[in-house]
Design a binder for this molecule. Sequence first.
Ligand code: GLC
Length: 684
Amino acid sequence: MIYKKQYGQPFDTESVVGSFLPMMETIPYLTKEPDGFSYAMEPQDVLYGLGENVRGINKRGWVYESKCSDDGNHTEGKSSLYGAYNFMIVSGKDTFGFFIDYPGKVTFDCGYTDMDTLRITVPEENYDLYIIEGESLTDIVHQFRQLVGRSYIPPKWAFGNAQSRWSYMNEDEVREVVANYRANHMPLDAVVLDIDYMERYKDFTVDAQRFPDFADFAAEMKAQGIHLVPIIDAGVKVEEGYDVYEEGVKNGYFCTNQDGTPFVAGVWPGRVHFPDMLNPEARAWFGSQYKVLLDQGIEGFWNDMNEPAIFYAEERLKKVFAKIGEYDKQNLDISSFGAFTSMVAELSNNENDYKLFYHNTKQGRMRHDKVHNLFGYNMTRAAGEAFERLEPDKRILMYSRSACIGMHRYGGIWTGDNHSWWSHILLALHMMPSLNMCGFLYEGPDIGGFGSNTTEDLVLRWYGMGIFSPLLRNHSAKDTRRQEPYRFKNKAAFAGILQLRYLLLPYIYSEYMKAALHDSMYCMPLAFAFPEDDFARRVEDEVMIGESLLIAPVYEQNARGRYVYLPEEMLQVRVKCSESNRMETSVLPAGHHYIPVELDEVVFYVRKGCLVPLAKDGKKIQSVADVDFADLRLLAYAPDGASYEYYTDDGETRDYDKPEHFVHITLDADGNAKSDRATVKVEG
Ligand code: GLC
């Protein structure tokens, strides 16, 4: 049951699409405070949710802010990352979910100020509160997800491996990446293009020197099974003669200063204007710009810098320059030197600059900071709505950096600028179920780490986790050590681990699609799958992938194994990636185990009575197109037999719900496999 209570006159974020909701007179569980709510926690209470954030799956013990921020240092001391995910579940003495539908900053003090108090603060009394009661944690998530609408579904090829780097500078560099992948038998479906494919960082342009015939090049890549995935940035370059800029100015489609003139910020190309993503007409216009690239054969995009990130606001920059002149004449002592350096450091993403510009929304003119968290959401919505108009029968890949609940209907996310740090493997694992709760199923980290120099063992271990996340993308920053898998010594292990992803694709894709279509979770904390198990509630370094698999990746350098907690007896599957994915299985009892896992191994666990449909690896797979989703072998721990609902479709069109996409697979106690559709062959 979902209850709603409206406070004041909320801005309609369009995050919620579910209709019938009884209004509450008084709210259960939470205590109303003048500026929000509080909740008295018992020691055993666990807090879930808040999407992409720092720290654990259990959010207790820290303070988080929903305030979309461009921050490339995802350290424990931070309170905000790129998105706003105002959904939480309290699990303990009471179990309930709540969602604060408000487009500005919301603070979730999860026992930071007072260890035993959850305190939610909203700066103004104009928002909707939803309280969700359910039979279980999964039921609460299910109901919440019905409230906010079906999660985005990418094309099937987008579950393949993607290689990215800021930046592949020209066609030849991309060709070289693909050739190296192919030569090393490492499967690949996409090469991601960062800002340098554009002509001087202008959205929807292609640099004519570096990519002289983009459509031809896209076709050449596609013939090799590769999709190009270009980046689109939020800011539109201010430049006379650039059509996107000129059309935007002419039609009043950019965010404005108080006096109505377009607001100027500095990002990659220097001066930019921000398209007014909250103005429906401007949003439709911005979305239609993607057509230029769709027409050249592009089938996927990533939206970046859409918090929006601001290197500087022009007004502040002018003031800083004037002040620097003053400092120039002074003897800089401890305080003036500090003031001088922080003045420059504070140019970027300055909170005060978000108060300088305005949107023309359906609900009137709004100062940006009041609706800040809707910007990235609506940039991605602009694209998603345009794709529905322009390509009604085709799925287009889209993932964004900034997000807010509601955006999950239009695209996925990648988790931004992490680092080549071991702790960020674990952080990525924590983010996965937390994002799933909020509707973001298609997600993944920059594998190998974006910032800092990586190491071979880190990349291998990161793939050990990453092959289970829906978005599988290796990405790194300019000037860091190169980290394409073929650059390392242990090529057989990299080839094997990537092949393993493709062998698992029938299961991964089927579980993803069922989660999207049934408003459930692709990845869950152990506590959601084993609610009666008190110890499982505390496990932060293992998660469930779909209904059948438990993963417990290695995330420490020089570790040659790790402790794994199994809530019940399970089948251990040990895959030797460097030896063509030779698999060994054994049954492990419930409890704690030390599990050796060598660098070239992946170990995962199958629940009793569960099936995992795998692709056959008769021929070497190069891309998703080589995977036969209709000829499967079953990995199972099913002494008494088992059954599985297998989802399979063409992976391209949007006819998701057809009954023939759902196949019933059974395995009897003697290992005989059957499917209820002649089109899908299975082997026990
Ligand atoms: C941002 C993105 C990163 C990208 C870079 C250059 O930092 O988060 O992924 O490589 O911009 O476009």
